[in-house]
Structure formats: structure tokens, C-alpha cells
Design a protein around this ligand. Sequence first.
Ligand code: SF4
Length: 321
Amino acid sequence: MSENSLIEIKQLTKQFPIGKKWFKPTGFVRAVDGLDFSINKGETFGLVGESGCGKSTTGRLINGLIKANQGEIIFDGQDLTELSEKQWKSYRKRMQMIFQDPFASLSPRMKVKDIVMEPLDVHYPQMPKAEKQEKAKRLLEICGLSPYHLNKYPHEFSGGQRQRISIARALILNPELIIADEAVSALDVSIQSQVLNLLVDLQEEFQLTYLFISHDLSVVEHISDRIGVMYLGNLVEVATKEQLFKNPKHPYTQSLLSSVPQLGESKKERITIKGEIPSASNPPKGCKFHTRCPFAMDICKEKVPQNTSIEDGHKVACHLY
Ligand code: SF4
């Protein structure tokens, strides 16, 4: 593990059983299929891909909400996959999640101050209530809400305000890693940029590291330092934001980028992919993208492409390279 890394993922694998016959599953969905990547302290790593590619499962595995079948999650030198539920508690407060739907993730029966303070009740039950309230008030202010909002309920807020409450709640334990899973996808575009700018400001103020999961490349471009592109449980390309947007190498990345409308792109060649993402319970042999790839060759149907380094910090898994 390099000195700069906060978290390192090695060969991470998660299968979900499907169907049942004689009390046994009839198959497995390989949601995450041998992931390798690391996130440096203080950086934002964007994880992007179509719905069902395994990016949210990756976030949940890292946060311990679900258990991996194989692989390692090394956080600050400790493999989290080896921890018992009790041992997890001290690590869980060091990494927090922000979910897509702030309305579903906030209890409708709790006042905002209680929602934001709740993690302190769990992890620091001895802390005086006045101190907890003061922390909640300060964080809500930092996140753009006022003390006037403390005694209100989630339904009294707009979607953007509710996400600000979720962010305040995620920050109250002073975490090092924030996993934001489609954190702005449910918001209007104008509100999206406000919340993204807030996350950028908070990163500097609280020295946070982000794993930012999204299906939306323009959102990932706004916030990320490095980006990993996922397809059917695998990372097909990892690069800095500049490398990925200026010089995408994997045909899947190229097709995702072609689908993002850009000003003055009329002369740019568009790469379109056909068909739906194949089922993760029965993925294609060889390169999993070969059924949709406009450049597929014979070798692609047989052999799994390995990661190749294109330039410093830029890796791609494709037989074209
Ligand atoms: Fe396309 Fe082959 Fe590259 Fe897969 S390995 S992306 S099928 S060219």
C-alpha cells in the first residue's frame, strides 16, 4: 500500500445468489468481479458506469453494508474484510455514506437536529446532549442551513436541502472517507451544481477523501481527480480526469463520452454501442463488452483482456492496446 493511499481494493468480488431449487441457488450474479483500485488521501475517485455495472455494490462492500466473497479492502493498513461486526464499529465512523434519495435515507418522524446528531448517539453515547446539539448546529450551518431549521422535519425541506442534511449527518463523526452513491442524481441540474460545489468546499475544509459513484459522466467530471469506468463488475479503464476526457482509450469509455452532449462537437466522431448490458448472471466469455463493441476481434470472444498501462496513471483493459 503506497504512503498516499487511504484505501486499496484488491481483487474484490461479490456474487449474489439467484433462483432456488432444493434450497440451493440456481445461479449467481457476479455484481463485482475482481476489482483493483486505490484512492489516495484527499482525492476524489469517481466510479462511473451504466446501471447494474456494480458500482453501488462496490460502495456498499467498502462501507461494510454487505460482505465480500473474495478480495481485500485495505483501509489505513487494515483489511476490513477480516473484521468482525464488533471490530467494524471503530472503522465505520471513519467512513460515511451519502445516498441518492435523501427523503428515503432520512427518518420522516425525526427532527433535523436528531437526525444529524444520531451517529453521535451511537458512537459517543456519553457525550453531553448540549455538545451534540452544538456540533449539529455548526455542521448544518456549514452545509448551508440555519439554526432555524433544527426543529423541522425532513418533509419541510426541498430535495437539495434534504441532501445538505444528509451531508451534515455524514460529517458529524469527522470521517476520513465519504462514499457518495448517486448523491446528486435525484436533484435538479441547478441544485446538483450547488451540492457538488458544497462537497468540493467541504473536502478542503475537512480534508476528506471521496469515492463518488455516479452514472452521470458530467457530474463525475465536475468533482473527480481520477475516474474508474466499470462495466459488468470490472474496471475497464482508470485514468486521471484529464486523461479520460481528452484521451479515452476503452471503446466503452469512448461510447459513454460520445453520449454526453458537448458544445461544438459536430465534427467529433460519435461511437455508439448497440443493445442492452448483458446479464451479470451469464456474462459473455472473453471481454464482457464484445457483444456491444464496434471494434470486437476474434480474440475478444475468447480471452479476457488484462490491464495495460497506457501512460502514467492511465490503465485500460482492452485487446486493442
Ligand atoms: Fe472491444 Fe475487444 Fe477491446 Fe473488448 S477487448 S473493448 S471487445 S476491442
